[in-house]
Design a protein around this ligand. Sequence first.
Ligand code: GLY
Length: 396
Amino acid sequence: MKKLLFLYCVIFSVFCVESCQHKKTDKVNIIDENIAFAADQYELLLQSIEDPEKLLNPKSFIDGEMKFIPPQEWTSGFFPGSLWYIYELTGDEKWKNAAIKYTEMLDTIQYYTGNHDVGFMIGCSYGNGYRLAGNENYKDIIVQAAKSLSTRYNPSVGLIQSWNANPSKDWEYPVIIDNMMNLELLFDATEFSGDSSFYNIAVTHADNTIKHHYRSDYSTWHVIDYSKEDGTVRHRNTHQGYADESAWARGQSWGIYGYILCYRKTKDQKYLAQAEKALEFIANHPNYPEDGVPYWDYDAPEVPDTYRDASAGSILASALYELSTYSNKRNYQEWADKIINTLSSPDFRAPLGENGNFILMHSVGSLPHNSEVDVPLNYADYYFLEALKRKKDLKK
Ligand code: GLY
Protein backbone atom coordinates (compact mmCIF):
# COMPACT_ATOMS: atom_id res chain seq x y z
CA MET A 1 0.00 0.00 0.00
CA LYS A 2 2.82 2.37 1.01
CA LYS A 3 4.63 1.52 -2.21
CA LEU A 4 1.55 2.24 -4.23
CA LEU A 5 1.07 5.59 -2.50
CA PHE A 6 4.74 6.46 -3.14
CA LEU A 7 4.39 5.54 -6.82
CA TYR A 8 1.24 7.66 -7.08
CA CYS A 9 3.06 10.66 -5.54
CA VAL A 10 5.99 10.30 -7.95
CA ILE A 11 3.68 10.11 -10.99
CA PHE A 12 1.65 13.09 -9.73
CA SER A 13 4.80 15.22 -9.16
CA VAL A 14 6.17 14.40 -12.62
CA PHE A 15 2.80 15.38 -14.13
CA CYS A 16 2.81 18.71 -12.20
CA VAL A 17 6.35 19.62 -13.24
CA GLU A 18 5.59 18.70 -16.85
CA SER A 19 2.41 20.72 -16.99
CA CYS A 20 4.06 23.69 -15.24
CA GLN A 21 6.89 23.65 -17.77
CA HIS A 22 4.41 23.33 -20.58
CA LYS A 23 2.52 26.38 -19.31
CA LYS A 24 5.77 28.32 -18.98
CA THR A 25 6.79 27.45 -22.54
CA ASP A 26 3.34 28.49 -23.75
CA LYS A 27 3.73 31.89 -22.11
CA VAL A 28 7.18 32.44 -23.58
CA ASN A 29 5.95 31.35 -26.97
CA ILE A 30 2.93 33.60 -27.11
CA ILE A 31 5.10 36.68 -26.64
CA ASP A 32 7.91 35.61 -28.96
CA GLU A 33 5.60 34.22 -31.58
CA ASN A 34 3.53 37.41 -31.64
CA ILE A 35 6.62 39.61 -31.86
CA ALA A 36 7.99 37.58 -34.77
CA PHE A 37 4.62 37.72 -36.50
CA ALA A 38 4.22 41.48 -35.91
CA ALA A 39 7.68 42.15 -37.37
CA ASP A 40 6.92 40.06 -40.48
CA GLN A 41 3.49 41.62 -40.95
CA TYR A 42 4.73 45.22 -40.49
CA GLU A 43 7.65 44.55 -42.84
CA LEU A 44 5.03 43.79 -45.49
CA LEU A 45 3.00 46.83 -44.42
CA LEU A 46 6.03 49.10 -44.78
CA GLN A 47 6.81 47.67 -48.21
CA SER A 48 3.21 48.03 -49.37
CA ILE A 49 2.96 51.74 -48.46
CA GLU A 50 6.31 52.77 -49.90
CA ASP A 51 5.92 55.70 -52.26
CA PRO A 52 8.87 57.49 -53.85
CA GLU A 53 7.10 60.87 -53.62
CA LYS A 54 5.66 60.97 -50.11
CA LEU A 55 5.47 59.31 -46.71
CA LEU A 56 2.06 57.71 -46.20
CA ASN A 57 0.56 57.04 -42.78
CA PRO A 58 -1.75 53.98 -42.75
CA LYS A 59 -4.83 53.77 -40.53
CA SER A 60 -6.96 50.93 -41.87
CA PHE A 61 -7.74 48.64 -44.76
CA ILE A 62 -11.33 48.78 -45.90
CA ASP A 63 -12.94 46.95 -48.85
CA GLY A 64 -9.55 46.04 -50.24
CA GLU A 65 -8.20 49.59 -50.05
CA MET A 66 -5.56 51.06 -47.75
CA LYS A 67 -6.77 54.12 -45.84
CA PHE A 68 -4.12 56.77 -45.26
CA ILE A 69 -4.39 59.72 -42.91
CA PRO A 70 -2.94 63.22 -42.74
CA PRO A 71 -0.89 64.29 -39.67
CA GLN A 72 -3.92 66.14 -38.20
CA GLU A 73 -6.02 62.98 -37.95
CA TRP A 74 -6.30 61.70 -34.36
CA THR A 75 -4.70 58.33 -35.16
CA SER A 76 -1.56 59.69 -36.86
CA GLY A 77 0.74 58.76 -33.95
CA PHE A 78 -0.16 55.08 -33.78
CA PHE A 79 1.71 53.75 -36.83
CA PRO A 80 5.00 55.43 -35.80
CA GLY A 81 4.29 54.28 -32.24
CA SER A 82 3.87 50.66 -33.39
CA LEU A 83 7.19 50.90 -35.21
CA TRP A 84 8.81 52.06 -31.94
CA TYR A 85 7.29 49.10 -30.08
CA ILE A 86 8.50 46.65 -32.75
CA TYR A 87 11.97 48.20 -32.41
CA GLU A 88 11.80 47.79 -28.63
CA LEU A 89 10.49 44.23 -28.87
CA THR A 90 12.96 43.02 -31.53
CA GLY A 91 15.99 45.22 -30.79
CA ASP A 92 16.55 45.48 -34.54
CA GLU A 93 17.88 48.93 -35.56
CA LYS A 94 16.04 48.89 -38.86
CA TRP A 95 12.78 49.45 -36.97
CA LYS A 96 14.29 52.41 -35.15
CA ASN A 97 15.14 54.05 -38.47
CA ALA A 98 11.62 53.49 -39.77
CA ALA A 99 10.12 54.75 -36.50
CA ILE A 100 12.17 57.95 -36.66
CA LYS A 101 11.11 58.58 -40.25
CA TYR A 102 7.38 58.15 -39.53
CA THR A 103 7.56 60.04 -36.23
CA GLU A 104 9.21 63.09 -37.70
CA MET A 105 6.55 63.42 -40.37
CA LEU A 106 4.35 64.65 -37.48
CA ASP A 107 6.62 67.56 -36.63
CA THR A 108 3.97 70.26 -37.15
CA ILE A 109 1.50 68.57 -34.81
CA GLN A 110 3.26 70.04 -31.78
CA TYR A 111 1.43 73.29 -32.66
CA TYR A 112 -1.93 71.68 -33.36
CA THR A 113 -4.80 73.10 -31.29
CA GLY A 114 -7.79 71.92 -33.34
CA ASN A 115 -8.87 69.26 -30.82
CA HIS A 116 -7.59 67.33 -27.79
CA ASP A 117 -5.98 64.49 -29.75
CA VAL A 118 -2.50 66.00 -29.80
CA GLY A 119 -1.80 63.82 -26.75
CA PHE A 120 -2.37 60.62 -28.75
CA MET A 121 -0.55 61.93 -31.82
CA ILE A 122 2.60 63.20 -30.12
CA GLY A 123 2.65 60.86 -27.11
CA CYS A 124 2.62 57.62 -29.13
CA SER A 125 5.17 58.83 -31.69
CA TYR A 126 7.59 61.32 -30.07
CA GLY A 127 6.83 60.03 -26.55
CA ASN A 128 8.00 56.51 -27.37
CA GLY A 129 10.80 57.97 -29.49
CA TYR A 130 12.13 59.98 -26.55
CA ARG A 131 11.83 56.97 -24.23
CA LEU A 132 13.72 54.69 -26.61
CA ALA A 133 16.10 56.99 -28.49
CA GLY A 134 16.59 59.83 -25.98
CA ASN A 135 16.60 62.58 -28.59
CA GLU A 136 16.51 65.88 -26.60
CA ASN A 137 14.75 67.62 -29.46
CA TYR A 138 11.79 65.25 -28.97
CA LYS A 139 11.48 66.49 -25.40
CA ASP A 140 10.98 70.06 -26.62
CA ILE A 141 8.35 68.86 -29.08
CA ILE A 142 6.46 67.08 -26.30
CA VAL A 143 6.49 70.22 -24.14
CA GLN A 144 5.33 72.37 -27.06
CA ALA A 145 2.53 69.86 -27.78
CA ALA A 146 1.45 70.07 -24.12
CA LYS A 147 1.31 73.87 -24.46
CA SER A 148 -0.94 73.41 -27.52
CA LEU A 149 -3.18 70.98 -25.62
CA SER A 150 -3.36 73.37 -22.66
CA THR A 151 -4.87 76.08 -24.88
CA ARG A 152 -8.03 73.95 -24.79
CA TYR A 153 -8.25 74.13 -20.98
CA ASN A 154 -10.70 76.64 -19.54
CA PRO A 155 -10.20 77.16 -15.76
CA SER A 156 -13.89 78.11 -15.31
CA VAL A 157 -14.81 74.61 -16.49
CA GLY A 158 -11.80 72.74 -15.07
CA LEU A 159 -11.54 70.42 -18.07
CA ILE A 160 -9.84 70.29 -21.46
CA GLN A 161 -12.35 70.82 -24.25
CA SER A 162 -12.11 67.72 -26.49
CA TRP A 163 -13.96 68.95 -29.54
CA ASN A 164 -15.05 72.37 -30.70
CA ALA A 165 -18.59 73.55 -30.02
CA ASN A 166 -21.18 71.87 -32.24
CA PRO A 167 -24.37 73.94 -32.64
CA SER A 168 -26.15 71.14 -34.55
CA LYS A 169 -25.92 68.99 -31.40
CA ASP A 170 -26.21 71.97 -29.06
CA TRP A 171 -22.77 71.12 -27.64
CA GLU A 172 -21.01 74.12 -26.12
CA TYR A 173 -17.95 72.55 -24.47
CA PRO A 174 -17.89 68.81 -25.30
CA VAL A 175 -15.52 66.60 -23.36
CA ILE A 176 -15.17 62.90 -24.21
CA ILE A 177 -13.89 60.11 -21.98
CA ASP A 178 -11.12 59.44 -24.54
CA ASN A 179 -9.56 62.70 -23.32
CA MET A 180 -8.19 60.86 -20.26
CA MET A 181 -5.57 59.37 -22.58
CA ASN A 182 -4.18 62.78 -23.51
CA LEU A 183 -3.27 63.55 -19.90
CA GLU A 184 -0.08 61.48 -20.16
CA LEU A 185 1.39 64.16 -22.44
CA LEU A 186 0.75 66.81 -19.76
CA PHE A 187 2.35 64.75 -16.99
CA ASP A 188 5.38 64.11 -19.22
CA ALA A 189 5.66 67.80 -20.08
CA THR A 190 5.84 68.74 -16.39
CA GLU A 191 8.56 66.11 -15.84
CA PHE A 192 10.53 67.48 -18.81
CA SER A 193 10.06 71.21 -18.23
CA GLY A 194 9.53 71.56 -14.48
CA ASP A 195 6.40 73.62 -15.27
CA SER A 196 3.72 72.30 -12.91
CA SER A 197 0.85 73.96 -14.77
CA PHE A 198 0.57 70.93 -17.10
CA TYR A 199 0.37 68.56 -14.13
CA ASN A 200 -2.25 70.74 -12.45
CA ILE A 201 -4.43 70.78 -15.57
CA ALA A 202 -4.15 66.99 -15.82
CA VAL A 203 -5.25 66.31 -12.23
CA THR A 204 -8.07 68.86 -12.37
CA HIS A 205 -9.33 67.25 -15.57
CA ALA A 206 -9.06 63.76 -14.05
CA ASP A 207 -10.88 64.85 -10.86
CA ASN A 208 -13.73 66.54 -12.71
CA THR A 209 -14.07 63.53 -15.00
CA ILE A 210 -14.58 61.31 -11.94
CA LYS A 211 -17.22 63.76 -10.73
CA HIS A 212 -19.23 64.17 -13.92
CA HIS A 213 -18.36 61.55 -16.48
CA TYR A 214 -19.03 58.36 -14.48
CA ARG A 215 -22.38 56.82 -13.62
CA SER A 216 -23.08 55.28 -10.23
CA ASP A 217 -22.29 51.81 -11.65
CA TYR A 218 -18.85 53.10 -12.75
CA SER A 219 -19.60 52.90 -16.45
CA THR A 220 -18.89 56.09 -18.32
CA TRP A 221 -20.83 58.28 -20.69
CA HIS A 222 -19.03 59.05 -23.91
CA VAL A 223 -19.64 62.81 -24.26
CA ILE A 224 -20.36 65.31 -21.51
CA ASP A 225 -21.20 68.79 -22.69
CA TYR A 226 -20.43 71.52 -20.14
CA SER A 227 -21.35 75.18 -19.83
CA LYS A 228 -18.27 77.13 -20.78
CA GLU A 229 -19.29 79.85 -18.31
CA ASP A 230 -19.38 77.82 -15.09
CA GLY A 231 -18.68 74.15 -15.91
CA THR A 232 -22.17 72.86 -15.14
CA VAL A 233 -23.26 69.80 -17.12
CA ARG A 234 -25.52 70.64 -20.08
CA HIS A 235 -25.86 67.25 -21.79
CA ARG A 236 -24.81 63.63 -21.40
CA ASN A 237 -24.61 61.98 -24.79
CA THR A 238 -22.91 59.41 -26.92
CA HIS A 239 -21.24 59.88 -30.27
CA GLN A 240 -19.92 56.42 -31.11
CA GLY A 241 -21.93 54.27 -28.73
CA TYR A 242 -25.31 52.57 -29.09
CA ALA A 243 -27.22 55.12 -26.99
CA ASP A 244 -26.64 58.04 -24.64
CA GLU A 245 -27.17 55.71 -21.66
CA SER A 246 -25.20 52.75 -22.99
CA ALA A 247 -21.58 51.79 -22.28
CA TRP A 248 -19.54 52.24 -25.47
CA ALA A 249 -16.78 49.64 -25.20
CA ARG A 250 -13.75 51.63 -26.30
CA GLY A 251 -14.79 54.49 -24.05
CA GLN A 252 -14.77 52.17 -21.01
CA SER A 253 -11.25 51.05 -21.99
CA TRP A 254 -10.00 54.63 -22.48
CA GLY A 255 -11.27 55.63 -19.04
CA ILE A 256 -9.69 52.65 -17.28
CA TYR A 257 -6.36 53.07 -19.04
CA GLY A 258 -6.50 56.81 -18.30
CA TYR A 259 -6.99 56.40 -14.54
CA ILE A 260 -4.23 53.80 -14.34
CA LEU A 261 -1.83 56.23 -16.02
CA CYS A 262 -2.98 58.99 -13.65
CA TYR A 263 -2.14 56.70 -10.73
CA ARG A 264 1.30 55.96 -12.26
CA LYS A 265 2.03 59.67 -12.52
CA THR A 266 0.55 60.89 -9.19
CA LYS A 267 0.34 57.85 -6.89
CA ASP A 268 -3.09 59.18 -5.83
CA GLN A 269 -5.11 56.17 -4.61
CA LYS A 270 -8.41 57.60 -5.82
CA TYR A 271 -7.32 57.10 -9.43
CA LEU A 272 -6.41 53.48 -8.74
CA ALA A 273 -9.79 52.95 -7.06
CA GLN A 274 -11.59 54.52 -10.04
CA ALA A 275 -9.90 52.11 -12.46
CA GLU A 276 -10.62 49.12 -10.22
CA LYS A 277 -14.31 50.01 -9.93
CA ALA A 278 -14.67 50.67 -13.66
CA LEU A 279 -13.15 47.23 -14.25
CA GLU A 280 -15.74 45.65 -11.94
CA PHE A 281 -18.44 47.12 -14.20
CA ILE A 282 -16.93 45.18 -17.12
CA ALA A 283 -16.17 41.99 -15.18
CA ASN A 284 -19.78 41.78 -13.96
CA HIS A 285 -21.47 42.82 -17.18
CA PRO A 286 -23.64 39.99 -18.56
CA ASN A 287 -22.62 40.90 -22.12
CA TYR A 288 -18.88 40.71 -21.49
CA PRO A 289 -17.69 37.62 -23.41
CA GLU A 290 -15.83 34.79 -21.70
CA ASP A 291 -12.85 35.23 -24.06
CA GLY A 292 -12.30 38.82 -22.89
CA VAL A 293 -12.73 40.84 -26.11
CA PRO A 294 -15.76 43.15 -25.76
CA TYR A 295 -18.59 43.75 -28.17
CA TRP A 296 -18.45 47.29 -29.58
CA ASP A 297 -20.96 48.45 -26.95
CA TYR A 298 -21.70 46.54 -23.74
CA ASP A 299 -25.39 47.40 -24.11
CA ALA A 300 -25.85 46.85 -27.84
CA PRO A 301 -29.22 45.08 -28.02
CA GLU A 302 -28.00 42.76 -30.81
CA VAL A 303 -25.38 41.08 -28.56
CA PRO A 304 -24.24 38.34 -29.27
CA ASP A 305 -25.14 38.89 -32.94
CA THR A 306 -23.06 42.00 -33.38
CA TYR A 307 -19.46 43.11 -33.79
CA ARG A 308 -16.60 42.78 -31.36
CA ASP A 309 -14.12 45.62 -31.03
CA ALA A 310 -10.55 44.29 -30.98
CA SER A 311 -9.29 47.81 -30.18
CA ALA A 312 -11.36 47.95 -26.97
CA GLY A 313 -9.78 44.58 -26.09
CA SER A 314 -6.17 45.54 -26.78
CA ILE A 315 -6.43 48.86 -24.89
CA LEU A 316 -7.97 47.00 -21.96
CA ALA A 317 -5.29 44.28 -22.00
CA SER A 318 -2.48 46.81 -21.97
CA ALA A 319 -4.11 48.70 -19.09
CA LEU A 320 -4.63 45.46 -17.12
CA TYR A 321 -0.96 44.48 -17.38
CA GLU A 322 0.03 47.83 -15.91
CA LEU A 323 -2.62 47.62 -13.19
CA SER A 324 -1.37 44.16 -12.20
CA THR A 325 1.82 45.85 -10.99
CA TYR A 326 -0.14 48.15 -8.62
CA SER A 327 -3.09 46.12 -7.39
CA ASN A 328 -4.07 42.55 -6.64
CA LYS A 329 -7.75 43.22 -6.11
CA ARG A 330 -8.27 40.71 -8.91
CA ASN A 331 -5.87 38.65 -10.95
CA TYR A 332 -5.51 41.41 -13.54
CA GLN A 333 -2.61 39.72 -15.27
CA GLU A 334 -4.61 36.56 -15.87
CA TRP A 335 -7.44 38.71 -17.26
CA ALA A 336 -5.03 40.47 -19.64
CA ASP A 337 -3.53 37.12 -20.69
CA LYS A 338 -6.99 35.88 -21.57
CA ILE A 339 -7.56 38.88 -23.87
CA ILE A 340 -4.13 38.52 -25.48
CA ASN A 341 -4.69 34.80 -26.05
CA THR A 342 -7.97 35.57 -27.79
CA LEU A 343 -6.51 38.39 -29.87
CA SER A 344 -3.59 36.15 -30.88
CA SER A 345 -5.92 33.43 -32.13
CA PRO A 346 -7.03 33.13 -35.77
CA ASP A 347 -10.36 34.65 -34.69
CA PHE A 348 -8.71 38.07 -34.37
CA ARG A 349 -5.13 37.91 -35.63
CA ALA A 350 -4.83 38.12 -39.38
CA PRO A 351 -2.90 35.61 -41.48
CA LEU A 352 0.47 36.89 -42.72
CA GLY A 353 0.10 39.16 -45.75
CA GLU A 354 -3.64 39.65 -45.29
CA ASN A 355 -5.79 42.32 -43.60
CA GLY A 356 -3.82 45.07 -45.38
CA ASN A 357 -0.86 43.75 -43.35
CA PHE A 358 -2.30 45.05 -40.08
CA ILE A 359 -2.00 42.64 -37.16
CA LEU A 360 -5.53 42.55 -35.78
CA MET A 361 -8.85 42.21 -37.56
CA HIS A 362 -12.31 43.10 -36.23
CA SER A 363 -12.25 46.59 -34.75
CA VAL A 364 -15.05 49.13 -34.86
CA GLY A 365 -14.45 52.85 -35.40
CA SER A 366 -17.98 54.18 -35.20
CA LEU A 367 -20.91 51.89 -35.77
CA PRO A 368 -23.63 54.59 -35.54
CA HIS A 369 -21.90 56.40 -38.42
CA ASN A 370 -21.37 53.12 -40.29
CA SER A 371 -17.71 54.08 -40.37
CA GLU A 372 -14.81 51.61 -40.01
CA VAL A 373 -16.98 48.69 -38.95
CA ASP A 374 -15.28 45.31 -38.50
CA VAL A 375 -11.95 46.42 -39.93
CA PRO A 376 -8.30 46.63 -38.86
CA LEU A 377 -7.39 49.89 -37.08
CA ASN A 378 -3.85 51.11 -36.39
CA TYR A 379 -4.62 51.79 -32.72
CA ALA A 380 -5.79 48.21 -32.09
CA ASP A 381 -2.34 47.08 -33.27
CA TYR A 382 -0.56 49.78 -31.24
CA TYR A 383 -2.11 48.76 -27.92
CA PHE A 384 -1.70 45.05 -28.76
CA LEU A 385 2.05 45.63 -29.21
CA GLU A 386 2.15 47.72 -26.04
CA ALA A 387 0.39 44.92 -24.17
CA LEU A 388 2.99 42.43 -25.45
CA LYS A 389 5.77 44.72 -24.28
CA ARG A 390 4.16 45.06 -20.84
CA LYS A 391 3.63 41.31 -20.63
CA LYS A 392 7.27 40.77 -21.56
CA ASP A 393 8.38 43.27 -18.89
CA LEU A 394 6.32 41.45 -16.27
CA LYS A 395 8.23 38.27 -16.97
CA LYS A 396 11.58 39.94 -16.30
N1 GLY B 1 -10.77 58.70 -29.74
C1 GLY B 1 -11.65 58.34 -30.77
C2 GLY B 1 -12.06 56.92 -30.73
O1 GLY B 1 -11.72 56.18 -29.84
O2 GLY B 1 -12.74 56.52 -31.64
